[in-house]
Design a protein around this ligand. Structure first.
Ligand code: PEP
Ligand code: MN
Length: 337
């Protein structure tokens, strides 16, 4: 249920209603909007509860939340959420650009990448230190050493660091070095991991599972939001279909649909979404045109020699050209990049 406070209801009335919601055994999430303050009361809904809350001081009305997800829903918070993490801003008219290699491979590789993507206009650096690989015989990432290199690259360039965490055991460690914790597609429904990043104090980039529905993605986000972490970005990274010419199928209607259902910002990953470097720039431009709040793109100093995902990684020159085109489209759809 949503407890909608009257316009200008004072803080003591909001606090009073929060304790009443909690006293009824429900979880309270206060959302302060520009127009009004609402309290999302999460838990079993009963008519008596609704009536009891409606009689509270400063309450305008109590309405049910129809969507299966609650805190993520536009019903609870109509204003778009802006996620800020260091140099990265995503949402409400600002398009963030997260770029860098699939994996951190060496000091030289990550420093070169950080300088190049920054010069082209990226606002955050990506790079995996813990890599989810299909084969256990493939490169698994540099782990803590990779995290240290990412933090050093941030020190030098000022770029916020986005990197994946694969296990609850590593959340604290990754949060020590990163500005944004990425939950990979394979872990979208690892609910204990979602709860753990919900309490880590860092922003989260939640990638859609390759066979997850959008409701499942939103319910996964709900696990993070319920821990009190409001800085969640959703990421469309392509889904598995019968099509085999692209690595995954990248549905851009996701951006438009999710904007109608949630206040959370939407990031698109055209690198994993297509799996081919020659398809990435056009899909990045199309994502911006569709209203994406951010992009995450793989870029490598020498894609041919990359230890992972080289075939879908852009060269520095290709990234620079793509960035310039994305900027022009962003301007055309009233966004800044
Ligand atoms: C990645 O970003 O390198 C990655 C492994 O992405 P996904 O989880 O979307 O496959
Ligand atoms: Mn990758």
């Amino acid at each position: 249920m949503i407890v909608v406070m009257k316009h200008g209801a004072p803080q003591d009335q909001v606090d009073h209603m929060v304790s009443r919601v909690e006293g009824l055994g429900l979880k309270a999430h206060v959302i302060v909007g520009t127009e009004r303050t609402v309290i999302a009361a999460i838990g079993e809904k009963r008519e008596e509860t609704r009536q009891s809350l409606e009689s509270g001081p400063g309450v305008a009305e109590v309405v049910p939340i129809l969507a299966p997800y609650k805190v993520a829903s536009v019903e609870v918070k109509p204003e778009p959420t802006v996620v800020k993490a260091g140099s990265l801003t995503v949402g409400k008219g600002t398009v963030g650009m997260i770029a860098g290699p699939c994996s951190v491979e060496s000091e030289e590789q990550i420093f070169k990448s950080a300088h190049a993507v920054k010069a082209a206009g990226a606002t955050a650096l990506r790079g995996g230190a813990f890599k989810p690989r299909t084969s256990p015989y493939s490169f698994q990432g540099m782990k803590e050493e990779g995290l240290k290199l990412l933090a050093a690259a941030r020190e030098e360039t000022g770029l916020a660091v986005v990197t994946e965490v694969m296990s609850t055991d590593d959340v604290e460690l990754v949060a020590e070095y990163a500005d944004v914790l990425q939950i990979g597609a394979r872990n979208m429904q690892n609910y204990r991991l979602l709860e753990a990043v919900g309490g880590c104090g860092r922003a989260v980039l939640l990638k859609r599972g390759a066979s997850a529905t959008l409701d499942e993605l939103l319910l996964a986000a709900e696990y993070i939001l319920n821990e009190g972490n409001a800085n969640v970005m959703l990421c469309e990274r392509g889904i598995r279909t019968f099509e085999s010419h692209t690595r995954f199928t990248l549905p851009l209607a996701t951006v438009i649909y999710l904007h109608q259902k949630t206040h959370l910002p939407i990031v698109v990953d055209p690198s994993h979404g297509t799996g081919h470097a020659n398809l990435v720039p056009e899909m990045a431009v199309a994502s911006v045109a569709a209203g994406a709040d951010g992009l995450i793109v793989e870029v490598h100093p020498e894609p041919e020699n990359a230890m992972s995902d080289g075939y879908q990684s852009l060269t520095f020159d290709q990234f620079g050209d793509m960035m310039a085109r994305c900027r022009r489209v962003a301007e055309a759809v009233d966004r800044t990049m």
